[in-house]
Design a protein around this ligand. Structure first.
Ligand SMILES: Cc1cc2nc3c(=O)[nH]c(=O)nc-3n(C[C@H](O)[C@H](O)[C@H](O)COP(=O)(O)OP(=O)(O)OC[C@H]3O[C@@H](n4cnc5c(N)ncnc54)[C@H](O)[C@@H]3O)c2cc1C
Length: 476
């Protein structure tokens, strides 16, 4: 019998898993996917918002501010990227400038550093800022991260501290009895005293397995993006338009931790909980609307498009609460933006308000909350690289030319705790295929390394899910 099962290994579930692993608890985390962070945590703007935007009095505002304050240390402890780039909220004209004043009030009340710049001053810093921009509210402490890196690192820590992780396990039904719950997947029936439902866009579906009225209704809201080549070096800061009620934070330009630029997202409700395809209309919207705040947008340097689904609910706020009719079943639902930035706050809130209600928490004396950063060859000095190659010649064999990723790094990420089991899993961890050629050169090489390391036939190596086989038969 587990004490707690977390359903969903996105940033919400993994951050909580890491925090819970500091206590003497028997924990499991299950996910229907073949990897950690394969849904919304995989496809977003990657911004640690400081918390100026959510409306006063909401749980979003409270947990965003709390979460953002903790992020830098968490990333430091986990050996994850955390790059402070700053955010500009760009107003065009008097009406939008007025709205900046509301955001300023939020910033003052929440202790978030900010400054105002004139359009001219801001253009000196950001040469591609549009000529119509008249005023900018700057939030200099805003950072970007590599979201799935943080989720994977949190899961690694939790597993090292004793958590059981089960991938490819979709929760299909839950039974409740006097002692707790039975979580059914196609492969297992797991017994547990408590469940945390962190299933992203699927939280309502999972909640309905135990509750006739979960108290929230999720509709996925899709956001689509262009990814620009690293060489485009288009912006230094994150550039936002002034937010609106209907279209959220609007279409942004975001410098990522590895130097690409994201342009997007749009904000469109869709019916299908799994439809993260891009669309002509969505990308059209992005192309038109980025020009509201930016000029000379080099969309011809785009190397990829992608889409993510926000788990938007009819409650217009995070829904983090114990199901009214089912004690011991906690929903972490409606975790749309800024869910990434808020994850440490959401985790703390769940532990303080619900976990402590059911368990007398004792520290786990063996818990280690840090993780050593993996080797990133391209960031080392020549001397450091040579030293590594002397010890392990696989670091001297470059597999991904665009991102300069060596075979040694790929092997490390397959052999690590919570290691990669698919081509996409390797791409998420060490970046072969993230560059300009998008895997055209390195993907067959990665496939062969995976086959060797997993001791399987190349024809059994998958791109992502267990169903996504790449080869039909072996060739020369
Ligand atoms: C376009 C867009 C832009 C965004 N930008 C930002 C941003 O810049 N900053 C920010 O702070 N936030 C941002 N967000 C929000 C942020 O990405 C999400 O709030 C966050 O990733 C949600 O994480 P999660 O763990 O709750 O959900 P997910 O990452 O979706 O994880 C849920 C997990 O549950 C699993 N699951 C689902 N059903 C089952 C089941 N039945 N059984 C087992 N497992 C199951 C899924 O496979 C998945 O892995 C953005 C979101 C989008 C879509």
């Amino acid at each position: 019998m587990y004490d707690i099962i977390i359903i969903g290994a996105g940033i919400t579930g993994t951050m909580l898993a890491r925090d819970l692993s500091a206590y003497k608890l028997k924990i499991a985390m299950i996910d229907k996917e073949n990897d950690i962070a394969n849904e919304t945590t995989m496809a977003n703007s990657a911004i640690v918002h400081t918390g100026y935007d959510p409306a006063e009095g909401t749980l979003k505002a409270k947990l965003n501010v709390a979460g953002a304050k903790k992020y830098e240390k968490i990333c430091h402890d986990l050996g994850c990227k955390y790059k402070v780039v700053g955010a500009y909220i760009a107003a065009c004209g008097e009406e939008e400038e007025e709205h900046l004043k509301t955001l300023e009030q939020n910033a003052i009340a929440r202790g978030i550093p900010y400054e105002f710049l004139s359009g001219k001053e801001a253009r000196r810093e950001e040469e591609h800022l549009g000529d119509d921009v008249t005023m900018v509210l700057s939030f200099p402490t805003t950072a970007v991260i590599y979201p799935w890196e943080v989720a994977i690192a949190c899961a690694e820590v939790a597993v090292n501290n004793g958590m059981d992780l089960f991938l490819n396990e979709e929760c299909t039904a839950i039974d409740k009895d006097d002692e707790g719950f039975t979580v059914h997947t196609g492969n297992h029936d797991f017994r547990t005293k408590m469940i945390i439902n962190a299933a992203g866009v699927h939280t309502e579906k999972v909640a309905r397995m135990v509750s006739d009225d979960p108290g929230f209704h999720i509709t996925p809201r899709r956001g689509e993006y262009y990814v620009l080549d690293q060489d485009a070096k288009y912006v230094k800061h994150i550039i936002f338009p002034v937010p609106s009620k209907t279209k959220g934070k609007g279409v942004l330009a975001v410098p990522t931790v590895y130097g690409n630029t994201l342009i997007g997202p749009n904000s469109d409700f869709v019916d299908d909980l799994d439809d993260n395809s891009t669309s002509e209309e969505g990308l059209d919207y992005v192309r038109k609307n980025i020009r509201k705040t930016m000029k000379d947008v080099p969309l011809y340097r785009s190397i990829r498009t992608f889409a993510g689904l926000r788990p938007t609910s009819d409650r217009h706020d995070f829904v983090v609460e114990e199901a009214k009719d089912v004690p011991g079943f906690v929903n972490a639902a409606s975790i749309e933006s800024p869910g990434l930035a808020s994850a440490p706050g959401v985790s703390e809130y769940i532990i303080e308000n619900f976990v402590k209600k059911h368990f007398d928490l004792q520290d786990n004396p063996d818990a280690v909350m840090e993780r050593e950063a993996p080797v990133i060859l391209s960031e080392l000095s020549e001397e450091e690289r040579n030293e590594l190659i002397r010890k392990n010649p696989l670091y001297g064999k470059i597999i991904c030319r665009c991102e300069q990723v060596s075979e040694g790094e790929i092997v490390d990420c397959i052999r690590s705790v919570c290691g990669a089991r698919s081509v996409k899993g390797v791409k998420k961890r060490v970046r072969p295929g993230m560059g300009r050629c998008q895997g055209g050169f390195c993907e067959p090489l990665v496939l062969n390394i995976l086959a060797r390391e997993l001791n399987t036939a190349p024809t059994d190596v998958v791109l992502d899910s267990l169903r996504s086989l790449i080869l039909e038969s072996e060739n020369r």
